[in-house]
Design a protein around this ligand. Structure first.
Ligand SMILES: *[C@@H]1O[C@H](CO)[C@@H](O)[C@H](O)[C@H]1NC(C)=O
Ligand SMILES: *[C@@H]1O[C@H](CO)[C@@H](O)[C@H](O)[C@H]1NC(C)=O
Ligand SMILES: *[C@@H]1O[C@H](CO)[C@@H](O)[C@H](O)[C@H]1NC(C)=O
Ligand SMILES: *[C@@H]1O[C@H](CO)[C@@H](O)[C@H](O)[C@H]1NC(C)=O
Ligand SMILES: *[C@@H]1O[C@H](CO)[C@@H](O)[C@H](O)[C@H]1NC(C)=O
Ligand SMILES: *[C@@H]1O[C@H](CO)[C@@H](O)[C@H](O)[C@H]1NC(C)=O
Ligand SMILES: *[C@@H]1O[C@H](CO)[C@@H](O)[C@H](O)[C@H]1NC(C)=O
Length: 469
């Protein structure tokens, strides 16, 4: 009884911290330290075992405003691997597909899908690929994944889920992923994508003289789009963010055929239409599910159906935290700019056009209720987002009612936090679990408060990380 109380107290503390604290991760060793800004003297070395059990259990609690209590009494059952099955209904019609490699194509809303996959992997106790370095946003470098770039699952197990940034390399992914992996990526209309990339990375800084040639009040990207062939040879990636590591910038910043680049097309082939055609056919062969950002809800419903996932698996929230898909910057792009850019980015345009076409073809072949399910999904996203944003006023959990396409499930505070949280959050919890399941060198995971977050050295690093699309 005493033990249960203590456990309860520890859990409530954890819960409080999850909602109020910020996280940071560091290398080496593994201690989990909780510090509360309002009680700076309080330092607890909480066994990650407890933390994880509680954390995992919540994922399976479906309808309770008092899930913290439910949780504790359920802890025993929840440590069982079978708890995973709770969130995957298997009613005989299809079995959920759990081996997925997602290529996180830059500036295509891919972070949203990445975080979804991390949650999926975590909740379903899957082997999720993690970089060796705690919290890093990519695995490997420019198409090469070396053995010391990632954490090695014990027993030579292969990955179920891959979602970090990496350039697609067919040979390498076949070696690293579990058999029967499905390859998924996301594409976006190339001209929208390049505008988003300029806006986000301030790519104009990489072109000496471009800013000067841009009239006041005009978006720099329009100067670039006037003459992309003139500007490209002048590009110096190190000028974009001189303070950031060059390797990181090379990985993330790109101006030409960037989607094709992320999917493995070599730069020397950009102007070789035969090679580009071959490349696109290869991608069509490997990626049976290609998401299109312009049709995100449709894409996710298609993904859900293909993978036999649940509605809960694919929910996300919009609003304050959905920077990934929002794009506010507008520039006046002429038809001439568009055609010049399209010609210059032949590979991306071919890739997008083909997949946009086949996407619509696939949708038209879905059952008649496809659009109805998409509309239902939109309503759920909107309701859940409203609920999660109303953190001050809300009472109890939000229940998504059962429908033709889903079982009922409830959304509580913790799920709201999880839907909002990003890579480093999942990185930490996955590492804590991996530590338990025999991984080596998972690194040191530290959870600390707002206050200690202000250490100058680290916060600079974090800003760097957060800026990745
Ligand atoms: C934290 O707890 C672990 C496991 O109980 C123990 O091995 C370790 O020495 C503790 N660390 C500190 C700093 O108290
Ligand atoms: C779910 O919560 C509602 C509202 O609190 C309650 O009326 C209902 O009985 C609960 N259902 C289950 C299965 O616990
Ligand atoms: C997760 O899977 C590992 C083996 O891969 C197993 O040892 C562990 O008990 C599982 N945990 C849960 C909570 O299902
Ligand atoms: C299984 O799920 C599908 C899709 O949600 C549904 O159409 C079907 O009726 C269900 N079958 C059973 C036996 O519950
Ligand atoms: C792809 O991976 C293979 C196997 O690791 C490697 O030999 C090859 O160099 C990689 N290709 C690129 C472009 O990095
Ligand atoms: C273009 O690509 C094709 C197919 O990869 C190759 O056979 C051909 O040599 C390339 N042409 C040039 C000019 O590089
Ligand atoms: C994508 O395909 C749809 C349906 O064919 C079409 O209406 C739309 O214009 C296409 N989008 C682009 C950017 O080409």
């Amino acid at each position: 009884m005493q033990g249960t109380r203590l456990l309860g107290a520890v859990f409530l503390l954890l819960l409080f911290l999850m909602m109020t604290s910020f996280y940071d991760v560091q290398r080496n060793g593994l201690t989990m330290i909780f510090m509360d800004a309002s009680r700076p003297q309080l330092k607890q070395n909480v066994s990650h075992h407890i933390a994880l059990q509680d954390f995992q259990s919540q994922a399976s609690v479906t309808n309770s405003t008092q899930w913290d209590v439910t949780l504790l009494s359920d802890t025993k059952d929840m440590t069982d691997a079978s708890s995973v099955a709770l969130s995957i209904p298997s009613n005989g019609t299809c079995r959920p597909h759990v081996n997925v490699a997602f290529m996180k194509v830059h500036k295509c809303g891919s972070s949203l899908i990445f975080h979804m996959l991390l949650r999926f992997g975590y909740e379903h106790n899957l082997t999720v690929a993690l970089p060796r370095q705690v919290g890093l946003e990519f695995i490997g470098s420019l198409g090469t994944i070396k053995d010391d770039d990632y954490l090695h699952p014990p027993g030579g197990k292969r990955w179920n889920i891959f979602g970090h940034h990496a350039f697609y390399n067919r040979t390498r992914f076949r070696q690293l992923m579990a058999p029967n992996t499905r390859y998924v990526a996301i594409l976006r209309e190339p001209l929208q994508r390049v505008q988003s990339a300029f806006n986000y990375f301030r790519i104009e800084k990489g072109f000496p003289g471009l800013a000067k040639q841009t009239p006041k009040g005009i978006a720099p990207v329009t100067t670039y789009l006037d003459r992309p062939k003139y500007w490209d040879p002048l590009f110096k990636v190190e000028l974009v963010s001189p303070n950031k590591p060059l390797a990181l910038m090379r990985e993330h910043v790109c101006v030409r055929n960037c989607m094709a680049r992320d999917l493995g097309l070599a730069e020397r082939d950009y102007d070789n239409h035969t090679a580009v055609e071959e490349f696109v056919r290869g991608i069509e062969n490997d990626f049976k599910t290609m998401l299109i950002l312009e049709y995100l809800p449709e894409s996710l419903i298609l993904l859900k159906r293909r993978m036999c996932w649940t509605l809960r698996d694919i929910i996300y929230t919009t609003g304050r935290h959905s920077r990934n898909v929002k794009y506010t910057f507008k520039a006046s792009i002429t038809d001439k700019m568009k055609s010049t850019f399209y010609e210059h980015n032949y590979a991306d345009v071919l890739l997008y056009t083909r997949f946009n076409e086949s996407f619509h073809r696939q949708i038209s072949q879905e059952s008649a209720d496809f659009q109805e399910e998409v509309n239902h999904f939109r309503r759920v996203i909107s309701d859940v987002s409203k609920y999660c944003l109303s953190s001050k006023t809300r009472k109890g959990n939000f229940v998504v009612e059962k429908s033709r396409w889903n079982d009922a499930f409830s959304v509580g505070s913790l799920l709201c936090v999880q839907l909002r949280e990003h890579r480093t959050y999942w990185d930490k919890f996955l590492r804590l679990r991996y530590r338990q399941t025999g991984y080596k060198d998972v690194g040191k995971v530290v959870v600390h408060s707002k206050k200690s977050r202000r250490k100058p050295k680290k916060s600079r690093k974090r800003r760097t990380r957060r800026k990745r699309g």
